[in-house]
Design a protein around this ligand. Structure first.
Ligand SMILES: [Zn+2]
Length: 252
């Protein structure tokens, strides 16, 4: 048996014995769904300058320009993306009564699409658009791009429900996340190096509250060996699927 297999069994045993699991997820969990990360090599911010296209001032100054490049590109990717085995695994852990909350840095809506019901989205959601005038909401995949920027029936411009650069993370998202992080007995960190605030605080809060912190990441992160109890190196979908299969056997 490999080290990874050993750790998968260990994680399954820990999860099966837990009563309140919280997951923190980042871009790495959605890579297998075809969604490229924003940061890092091959990321969207290498192609598109975020200050020119992802800052709220840029959007307010010229919504057609931001819609025509960044939002259209994201819509093309997100409209077609489906939850992968990692998202489905977390939804299954909720079905089993173990997982209570997902805290995510992602805006792709794939946790909800997989079936998780309590998802805190630090950076908002790209799955929905909101009219800037009447606040009417529309699913992003139903938005018609014949007219750029797309407009609501009232004539107002639609904007994604994401947090643009220059906008604040809603304080209630932060306080709810901190509460969830402090209440869990296991914090599962999947697909994020958790170096960006405020996400980076959540595993620390869990650890200080007595929880086990388990990482599933392709490589070691600043959490590894300091905050996390152990790391399972590998792809989010594959590792999560194996863990959940083991958990199902343990608690059935
Ligand atoms: Zn409107």
């Amino acid at each position: 048996m490999t080290v990874t297999d050993d750790l998968i069994k260990r994680a399954a045993k820990d999860l099966a014995a837990a009563s309140h699991v919280v997951a923190l997820t980042g871009a790495g969990i959605s890579v297998e769904s075809g969604i490229p990360p924003f940061r890092g090599k091959g990321g969207l911010w290498e192609k598109i300058d975020p200050m020119e296209y992802a800052h709220i001032d840029a959007f307010l100054r010229d919504p057609a320009k931001v819609w025509g490049v960044l939002i259209k590109e994201m819509k093309d990717v997100v409209d077609q993306a489906l939850p992968n085995d990692a998202h489905k695994g977390l939804a299954r852990l909720e079905d089993l009564g173990l997982l209570k909350t997902v805290i995510t840095q992602n805006v792709d809506g794939l946790h909800q699409a997989a079936g998780n019901t309590d998802v805190i989205e630090f950076h908002g959601s790209f799955a929905w658009q909101k009219c800037m005038d009447c606040h009417n909401r529309c699913e992003t995949r139903k938005i018609n791009l014949e007219q750029i920027p797309p407009r609501c029936n009232c004539g107002g411009i639609f904007r994604p429900e994401v947090i643009f650069f220059g906008e604040l993370i809603p304080p209630q998202h932060l306080s709810r996340s901190q509460l969830a992080a402090s209440q869990c007995d296991i914090m599962l960190v999947i697909g994020t190096s958790a170096v960006v605030q405020p996400a980076s605080l959540m595993p620390v809060i869990s650890k200080e509250s007595g929880a086990k912190v388990i990482e599933i990441n392709p490589e070691r992160t600043p959490l590894t060996g300091t905050v996390s109890d152990y790391i399972i190196l590998g792809k989010a979908g594959e590792v999560t699927r194996k863990i959940v299969t083991e958990v199902e056997q343990l608690i059935s």
